[in-house]
Design a protein around this ligand. Structure first.
Ligand SMILES: Nc1ncnc2c1ncn2[C@@H]1O[C@H](COP(=O)(O)OP(=O)(O)O)[C@@H](O)[C@H]1O
Ligand SMILES: [Mg+2]
Length: 192
């Protein structure tokens, strides 16, 4: 089975990190669209998404799916564990392991079978499947920033997001990410 699973080289890559300020949901959507455009055309990718509840993980995946041509709803897979999207060009799987109490649940549910070499797999709460989840090519981390503007803080604040490559394929994808100039690049000093 191993040959059909992701066989990306994760050893040779010095992680590259890109940081962005996302002042509002529209910025999250724009970044999601940029990430969708940067996906590899001939292979899949494993993207993990970290950050608190409500940070914007599902929003980013929804924006990716819209940019890839999906017209229907994009539900959070919190209860289903996985939502499947057959797009014209690729298979797109959206996972959410928030409810896992043990990483073995990933194994018991047979979810490793979804991580095929040509599928795009977006995974919320990857830590909940630590040790059994296939290695990520790209890691997305959200941080919620309580804004100085009280109206913004009430809405949950703006976001900062860091995209880090974890494989050659992930690094090539990251190099292609080109969000609109309205989205401000930030340093990655806070990424640790
Ligand atoms: N950059 C942003 N600034 C402020 N609010 C945002 C931003 N991006 C998304 N949001 C809002 O925050 C919420 C994120 O929810 P969701 O994407 O379901 O989070 P998660 O999947 O991380 O739990 C949504 O209400 C969305 O409109
Ligand atoms: Mg979510």
């Amino acid at each position: 089975l191993e040959h059909v699973l992701h066989s990306n080289d994760h050893s040779e890559v010095r992680p590259r990190t890109l940081g962005f300020a996302l002042p509002d949901p529209a910025a999250t959507d724009a970044l999601g669209a940029a990430l969708a455009r940067a996906l590899p055309r001939e292979s899949g990718l494993v993207i993990t998404l970290e950050g608190d509840l409500g940070a914007g993980k599902t929003s980013l995946v929804r924006a990716m799916l819209r940019a890839l041509g999906h017209r229907g709803p994009v539900k959070s897979p919190t209860y289903a564990l996985v939502e499947l999207y057959k797009l014209s060009s690729l298979c797109f799987y959206h996972f959410d392991f928030y409810r896992f109490t043990d990483p073995e649940e990933f194994v018991d549910a047979g979810l490793a079978d979804y991580f095929l070499a040509d599928a795009v797999c977006c995974v919320e709460w990857p830590d909940k499947a630590h040790g059994v989840l296939p290695a990520a090519d790209l890691c997305v981390r959200f941080a919620i920033e309580p804004g100085a503007n009280p109206a913004m803080a009430a809405a949950g604040g703006s976001r900062r997001v860091f995209l880090q490559s974890r494989s050659t394929r992930g690094d090539e994808c990251l190099a292609r990410v080109c969000p609109p100039s309205s989205i401000q690049r930030i340093g990655n000093n806070d990424a640790a």
